[in-house]
Unconditional design. Structure first.
Length: 116
């Protein structure tokens, strides 16, 4: 069994910052990619940022320059530093883990609300 747990969501004012964390544990093969997706009400889940074990990163255009993804490979942990937050960043943020067998694992999600 694989467990993916996110933390760090909350309510923040526009222009503020939050840091999300995600740790994967359990019977998981070597991790290849860890990343973040988000889903706003009435919208499809979308990619926010991913990072491979080798360090290659991908960002959605909407978050480039504001969000930074980082990983601690030894701890199977991924972080998302979110700066200059906007109301349109409001969503449930999900951690995704993909291992070398291409199996995907999802966390339960953490709510991020950007509002004054």
């Amino acid at each position: 069994q694989v467990l993916v747990v996110e933390s760090g969501g909350g309510l923040v004012q526009p222009g503020g910052s939050l840091r999300l964390s995600c740790v994967a544990s359990g019977s998981i093969s070597s991790i290849y990619v860890m990343g973040w997706y988000r889903q706003a009400p009435g919208k499809l889940r979308e990619l926010v940022a991913t990072k491979t074990t080798g360090g290659f990163t991908t960002y959605a255009d909407s978050v480039k320059g504001r969000f930074t993804i980082s990983r601690d490979n030894a701890k199977n942990t991924v972080y998302l530093q979110m700066n200059s937050l906007k109301p349109e960043d409001t969503a449930v943020y999900y951690c995704n883990v993909r291992d070398v067998t291409q199996s995907h694992y999802w966390g339960q999600g953490t709510q991020v609300t950007v509002s004054s």
